[in-house]
Design a protein around this ligand. Structure first.
Ligand code: XMP
Length: 520
């Protein structure tokens, strides 16, 4: 079985751009394995085989000041093709004797029109028309070409927008070809990995399945693995994968927190126990959760209570099962990248995410994270090849603290019931109108402030339901979804008529940033 290490790969050196992950995704979409690496870990690449190309990402730093993040010139001596994007281009230019200036008044954020100056392997079939709209996000620009380089394309405000040194196979682009706002941007990535790096397509999610199952078998041997199964995409795929490898030695714990969507817990339990025949243990903890959450309205306190209680319950259940040595988690590749500090800068904590973190240390279990090399869409493909039902495979992401953070303020069984009913109507209508799979995440939230309404001839004084629907690539940024007015009318009617306790429906039209996807 070929290991991951034997595959052709493109290494992306991360300088802290918000969209570095997209570069990795785009490359993988073309069937070539890609890996993001921090500057701190860069020395490790000497142990890698088969590096076919290196991408230097964008980032918030500037080479016009002292102490900018850089790489050693030695990397360029290895004759591995290199592509610098935005900051990456500026760094290449700086290293090879070009000049970089801060544009100040002429900085480019958003779209710019790019025009061709000369042909290049990098831009083959990219200029399908005279001017291409590209996505820029920079203050600095290369003002003097580095030695040995040519200009391939320009915009009005930054003349050296694509540059190349074909002899040494070093390329740089000022814009972001990895974002969808750049027209035809995928062509640049494709040309780089195939025409310039000559990488072979060897990344197929389906065939990764065999490798993963073998690795789990070899690691776990005759020991037992425990896993928290929520019925979401990630934990479901982890459970099915490990079950293929070690069968009954996988023990799945399902905790009913009372904070899941309507009927979801019952459905997941049934499917995993009856259809997939997994070894599932059920824990009913609804009352305990409601008791602990009584009168708590601070979002962070709610998150902590829900997370800590989960750990306690899970620990207790694990102790009841003899011989557990491993804990399986559905950690994804973006989680791994996000947890590494890229340039040493500190970002502010927006929310404490609850993902059963802290468990392995406390329980002295070894961790297995079979999905840690995968993006969410890749996990879905893996799920499909393991026979995961579409209904689970295509489920929108659901936060660890569940409906607990979709009710503003204190959580009660009554409010949960109201919210579950509204959410059920909303999600079913999305499915019925074939909108569900066009949306990255949708849910109903409860704003438990009361307002006056009128139904029939009577006055009502009830809660407000907030509807959210966003499109996104990875949840880091998101745009609200543009529903047809008819659809919003219909949903509003159905919810107000069908859910006692709600007399007003609002649609959230904020993007992330400045909002977040969840309410708390
Ligand atoms: P925000 O609200 O931060 O959410 O824009 C981004 C994505 O993360 C999900 N989310 C969570 N997922 N545990 C999770 O596993 C959590 O505590 C948590 N909080 C938010 C959210 O649903 C969205 O997909």
């Amino acid at each position: 079985m070929p290991s991951l290490n034997s595959k052709d790969r493109i290494v992306i050196v991360d300088f802290g751009s918000q969209v570095t992950k997209l570069i990795a995704r785009r490359i993988r979409e073309f069937g070539v394995f890609s890996e993001i690496i921090t500057l701190k870990d860069l020395h490790k690449i000497k142990y890698y085989k088969n590096i076919k190309g290196i991408v230097l990402s964008g980032g918030p730093s500037t080479v016009t000041k002292k102490n900018y993040p850089s790489i050693s010139k030695e990397i360029f001596l290895k004759k591995i093709p290199i592509l610098g994007i935005c900051y990456g281009l500026q760094l290449i230019s700086k290293i090879f004797g070009g000049s970089i200036k801060s544009l100040k008044k002429k900085r480019e954020f958003g779209r710019a029109m790019l025009y061709k100056k000369r042909g290049s392997l990098l831009t083959n079939n990219f200029f399908f028309k005279k001017n291409i709209s590209v996505w820029m996000s920079h203050q600095d620009a290369v003002s003097k070409l580095p030695i040995g380089f040519h200009t391939v394309a320009s915009t009005k405000d930054s003349k050296l927008t694509i540059i190349e040194n074909t002899k040494d196979k070093i390329y740089g682009v000022q814009f972001h070809p990895e974002v969808t706002h750049t027209e035809n941007g995928k062509k640049i990535i494709k040309n780089f990995i195939f025409s310039i790096c000559k990488a072979k397509k060897s990344w197929r999610i389906k065939s990764e399945q065999k490798r993963l199952i073998n690795e789990i078998k070899e690691t776990v041997k005759k020991d037992k693995v425990i896993c928290a199964l929520s019925g979401g995409v990630d934990s479901s795929v982890v459970a099915l994968l490990i079950n293929r490898a070690i069968k009954k030695n996988l023990v799945c714990i399902m905790v009913d927190t009372g904070l899941l969507r309507k009927d979801e817990f019952k459905y997941s339990f049934y499917i995993f126990k009856k259809k997939y025949k997994l070894n599932v243990k059920l824990v009913n903890a609804k009352n305990l959760y409601f008791k602990k959450l009584k009168n708590v309205s601070d979002p962070e306190k709610k998150r902590k209570i829900i997370g800590n209680l989960f750990i306690k319950i899970f620990e207790k259940e694990a102790k009841k099962t003899k011989g557990i040595k491993y804990l399986a988690q559905g950690t994804l590749y973006p989680d791994i990248i996000e947890s590494k500090s890229v340039t040493g800068s500190h970002s502010s904590k927006i929310k404490s995410h609850h993902n059963v973190g802290g468990l392995p240390k406390k329980m002295k279990l070894k961790l297995i994270e079979p999905l840690k090399e995968f993006f969410k869409d890749e996990v879905r493909i893996l799920g499909k090849s393991l026979g995961l039902l579409n209904k689970i495979k295509d489920k929108h992401p659901f936060p660890g603290p569940g409906l607990g953070i979709r009710i503003i303020g204190s959580v009660t069984p009554k409010k949960i019931k109201i919210l579950q009913e509204a959410d059920f109507i909303y999600i079913n209508e999305l499915v019925k109108h074939k909108l569900y799979n066009k949306i990255w995440q949708a849910y109903a939230g409860l704003l438990p402030m009361k307002t006056v309404g009128v139904m029939g001839d009577s006055r009502t004084y009830e809660y407000t339901c907030l509807l959210r629907a966003v499109v996104s690539e990875d949840g880091m940024t998101a745009d609200y979804f543009n529903f047809p007015k008819d659809f919003l009318d219909k949903i509003s009617n159905k919810i107000v008529n069908g859910v006692p306790g709600i007399n007003r429906v609002v649609y959230d039209i904020t993007s992330k940033p400045p909002s977040t996807i969840e309410l708390e």
